[in-house]
Design a protein around this ligand. Structure first.
Ligand code: HEM
Length: 505
């Protein structure tokens, strides 16, 4: 009898909650009725579609949901009271990229706040606009040109690391690549070498790895997602410790550099070179220290947010892109050979230079094709603050809109035989060339696109020139990568490669 009473009470509570939920969200449901979706359950909405889906199945699962319930590459999910619109529609992406109504990032980026503060990636409104204006010139080619020397110096360390694996056990290439990109981004951001490639066990490198783990965990587990539960967990304790190291390091460098500037003011010469007593290449930190917003110099905290954002954005994204590029070249020997022939034609065995990198046309096609198939940032999302219309469909205030570059990049209406690695499709005259730029968005698009895009392209080309000039790669795995969504695109099992010295005829 008692059990029956309990069940009745439970059902009654469920009914009341459903009624409250429905009456509150009824108008939102009506407003978004034009957005296609699968059947939903009371209270949890569409969350049941994602229960028990293995992470490495998630992308295929989403493709299946799009195919089954989507229309014009749009799909709607309610997760409880949270409305999420997923769009792979190029017209939507064009509007998302160009209209200020979609300028604000979704709440999911909040898991990065402790580390990055309100740096360029997360900031919004006026603050974002001012910072973007201030930072865009830092990626001018006169500055990027100088960074090629850093890419080059660090690449010689990478070669020494790789040579230890020649003809040996298969190598998990991502590890040396990510230490390389960490060295590069720290040196170009702060003007200091952290020697991650040779001191992989240093406190700084360990702290970066911990933050990667923390961010991944917070995005994957609901329990860690909400600050009020997360802050009491051992993971939060680990994060606080890692942040002490990371913020402490960046702050020390900023203070040192500011002090140096007071005694020997830095001026950027016409070619972007900083004069600091000794001649030093410019770096993002010096540029920030010499910048003003509304006539005021930036404070240490403002600068730290931006430097940390560059490090976060520039390190793992580029290493991921390189890993998949090597995978594609290792599984397409003829493309690897063509890249080699091109780089020899442009540089021979001489050092790399900025002008030559621009002439690596085939290599650029390979990088783009690899980014299309394996975009390092697998998802980006916006929060709509004011109700608006997206190509005639209503988007209520509070909605999250998510874009998956890998979904769009593999749509047959934009790319013939989309699952094949065919670099030529990006050549201007190719028949398979997509005419719509919003179908290829590994760097996002429009106002909030990746400010470091050209930097990343130059860095990837420099690595490829150095590594392919010396080594040949083949894939040691026997199956295609099983892809998983993280902050960056990752694989269930590490990708392993055989490396051998290139035999030059
Ligand atoms: C292959 C490498 C890279 C890829 C695929 C990539 C991709 C992206 C994407 C998709 C976004 C938009 C994210 C969003 O809307 O949430 C973004 C933003 C950004 N990226 Fe990159 N990125 C790469 C390398 C870099 C590098 C090397 C830097 C710095 C040197 C950098 C700095 C930034 C910054 C600061 C933003 C925020 C821009 C803003 O909101 O105004 N990225 N990146």
């Amino acid at each position: 009898m008692f059990v029956v009473l309990l069940i009745c009470l439970f059902l009654l509570a469920l009914l009341c909650a459903s009624w409250l939920y429905y009456s509150k969200y009824r108008s939102l449901i009506a407003l978004t009725s034009d957005w296609p979706s699968g059947p939903s359950w009371p209270l949890i909405g569409h969350a049941h579609y994602f229960l028990n889906i293995a992470p490495e199945r998630m992308f295929e699962h989403l493709r299946e949901l799009y195919a089954k319930y989507g229309r014009e590459n749009r799909l709607k999910f309610w997760f409880g009271t949270e409305l999420n619109l997923f769009t792979g529609n190029v017209h939507d992406i064009a509007e998302l990229s160009t209209s200020l109504a979609y300028n604000q990032k979704s709440e999911h980026y909040g898991v990065l706040l402790n580390w990055l503060g309100e740096g360029l990636l997360i900031s919004k409104g006026e603050k974002w606009l001012q910072r973007r204006k201030l930072l865009t010139p830092a990626f001018h080619f006169t500055i990027l040109k100088q960074f090629v020397e850093v890419f080059e110096q660090q690449a010689s360390v990478l070669l020494a690391q790789l040579s230890a694996s020649v003809n040996g056990e298969p190598l998990e290439l991502f590890k040396p690549l990510s230490l390389y990109t960490l060295d590069v981004i720290c040196e170009t951001s702060m003007g200091v070498s952290i020697q991650a490639q040779t001191l992989a066990e240093s406190d700084y490198v360990r702290a970066v790895h911990i933050m990667k783990h923390v961010t991944h965990q917070r995005l994957s587990h609901l329990f860690y997602h909400f600050d009020f539960t997360y802050r009491w967990t051992p993971l939060a304790w680990e994060e606080r410790k890692a942040l002490k190291t990371l913020h402490g390091f960046t702050t020390r460098i900023i203070e040192q550099r500011r002090a140096e500037q007071l005694t020997k003011p830095t001026t950027l010469s016409a070619n972007g070179t900083a004069e600091l007593g000794i001649k030093r290449k410019s770096n993002f930190l010096d540029i920030l220290l010499n910048s003003e917003v509304n006539g005021e110099p930036l404070g240490n905290l403002d600068i730290r947010e931006e430097v940390d954002t560059f490090i976060f954005e520039g390190y793992e994204t580029t290493a991921t892109a390189l890993q998949f590029l090597f995978y594609n070249l290792a599984t397409h020997a003829e493309c690897q050979q063509r890249c080699y022939e091109e780089l020899i034609e442009v540089f021979g065995h001489d050092p790399v230079h900025f002008e030559g990198l621009k002439n690596l046309r085939y290599i650029e096609l390979c990088i783009k094709e690899s980014l299309r198939l394996y975009p390092p940032v697998p998802a980006f999302a916006r929060k709509v603050v004011k109700q608006c219309q997206l190509n005639g469909l209503t988007v209520p205030a509070g909605t999250n809109i998510t874009v998956l570059p890998m979904y769009i990049g593999r749509l047959p209406e934009h790319f013939e035989e989309p699952d094949l690695f065919r670099p030529e499709r990006f050549a201007a005259q190719s028949a398979g060339n997509t005419s719509n730029p919003f179908a290829f968005v590994p760097f996002s698009a429009g106002a909030r696109n990746c400010v470091g895009q050209k930097f990343a392209m130059l860095e990837m080309k420099t690595v490829l020139v150095h590594v392919l000039r010396r080594f040949e790669f083949s894939y040691a795995g026997n199956q295609a990568p099983e892809l998983m969504f993280g902050v960056t695109l990752c694989t269930r099992l590490p990708l392993l490669f055989h490396i051998k010295e290139r035999s030059v005829a």
